[in-house]
Design a protein around this ligand. Sequence first.
Ligand SMILES: Nc1ncnc2c1ncn2[C@@H]1O[C@H](COP(=O)(O)OP(=O)(O)OP(=O)(O)O)[C@@H](O)[C@H]1O
Length: 247
Amino acid sequence: MSREVLRIENISKNYGKIETLSSLSLVVERGEMVALIGPSGSGKSTLLNLIGHLIAADSGNIYVEGKSIDEFNNRALAKKIGMVRQNLDLVPQLSVINNVLAGKLSDWSFIKSLVSLVFPMEKELALSALRKVGIEDKYTQQTSKLSGGEQQRVALARLLVQNPDIVLADEPVSSLDPARAEDVLSLMSSIAREENKTLVASIHSVEYARKFFTRVVGLRNGRIEFDMPTEKLTERELQILYSLEVG
Ligand SMILES: Nc1ncnc2c1ncn2[C@@H]1O[C@H](COP(=O)(O)OP(=O)(O)OP(=O)(O)O)[C@@H](O)[C@H]1O
């Protein structure tokens, strides 16, 4: 079986006159952990949103396991791709367990989904995900009452229940203090490794990119500046990537 899970071919995306991504191509193989780094505004979130099919490209193609992303319906795509975003997309008024089970919604009928809001179904599934992320004891709590770090864990547990092959994460730890950020990243990368998932995440900290990812892609002005195994990354590439343009 081919190891290629994601192929991005000549993707361009403009917002008005701003060229956000410019004929960008990237191939990702199963099990890779790819960190997208680059200055603010370089196009990291836009790229992730395109792969997650939240926005459409102006031109170019994206293939998931060899099939064009446009050929997947929402349910089929949710089995392949899951996303954790800055705002986490959790429903604050719901209990932790109901937010976790939302990862299963694409599999369930509308009625089953509604009933599950009152009587959490597949409780064991949700509890085992919460156990993996270390907050099983909080399952009945209202999600809004949890700390930022705990809410990140709820989002990770929801992802475990959704169980997609490819995990996209947009700044997954930007709102956390360093100790918690390391905790969440280490959890995320060990889950990805154990379950042979593919991880593509935008990350501001080069230090975290080095520590938790196998491959690093540097974006600047919507183009790939470099793409290499993390251990090969040197100060020189970083200086060019983050240097300010004058004039
Ligand atoms: N919905 C939008 N409407 C207009 N412009 C947008 C929109 N989304 C992104 N852009 C522009 O596209 C460029 C790239 O934004 P993007 O959020 O992808 O960058 P980023 O690398 O993720 O930045 P950051 O690290 O600050 O999150 C920016 O110039 C931004 O202003």
